[in-house]
Design a protein around this ligand. Sequence first.
Ligand code: FMN
Length: 319
Amino acid sequence: MKNRVTEILGIDLPLILGPMRLITLGEVAAAFSNSGGFGQIAASGLSTDRLRSELKKAKELTTKPFGVNIPIYRPNAYDALEIAVETGLKAVTTCAGDPAKLIGRIKEAGLKVFHKAATVKMAKKAEAAGVDGIIATGFEAGGHVGREWVTNFCLIPQLSDALKIPIVSAGGVADARGLLAAFALGAEGVEIGTVILSTRECQVPDFFKQLILDAGSDSTILLGKKAMPMRVLRNKAAESIGGPDKSKEDRKLDSQGDKKYVAEEGVDADNAIMPCGQISGLIREIKSVKELLPEMMEKAQILSSQLRDVFQDKNDSGR
Ligand SMILES: Cc1cc2nc3c(=O)[nH]c(=O)nc-3n(C[C@H](O)[C@H](O)[C@H](O)COP(=O)(O)O)c2cc1C
């Protein structure tokens, strides 16, 4: 497929790997890129040395384009950007902060950048700062979501009307139906996180994958304070913290209190905080990244022609 997103990122399929802290490292990023999408390494939680070594690993495993996701508010954001430039990446994504802080260096180095936004206001500000595209984070997504709780069903068409730059939809997509729906709303790409957690290539504990396979439509809750809510799987650890939908108590910025993140040592199904999207309720099978990506694209093509038939005016048939 060719559109603005695939052209800007130099990829075959309009699919972006959702960066996931301490989870999307070199190997899975390379597997995603080798399958035709845009793999990403999450810089969050990595030292500069570790980021360098994960980028090196990805470079050894793929010749296709991949990127790094840089949370702007973190003190090592500038270092992460320099490492991306050093590594010869062609594009990065940014989140959690004002992209104007990094845009000068990004453009000077000739990189493209997509910035994550959760409202039209944030997206317009990023567009004015000069980013090349927006990754729209909907309220249904796994991990940190916007504080205004806007779902992508509403956000994507509003962004589509408000922006000139292309939009990637992040949140709620695990199969061809979601992909096609995102495009119908005005997106030119999708970023997938939760479904990737369930894939063979993704190195998360087996209990996490099993919980995703067992999840229902109501298996996630919000943690953290209103300013930085995070969607996670409901378990003992998450229930013990609560969140903006449960209590007005002030919460820690990282949303997980003193609990362990699922990618840390010594975690189990009860004590781990597991960021995860509402679409987990749809995932019933463990697949590999290399079968999932082409399958999403092929089924979306079939579905789009079926939809064309559904919307065909019956009175027109045979004329
Ligand atoms: C375990 C986990 C960790 C995440 N960590 C990050 C992160 O470090 N940076 C970021 O921009 N987004 C992060 N996200 C959000 C994903 O990149 C992606 O946008 C999101 O998962 C898409 O929605 P979905 O979960 O419905 O597929 C995380 C999501 C999950 C599930």
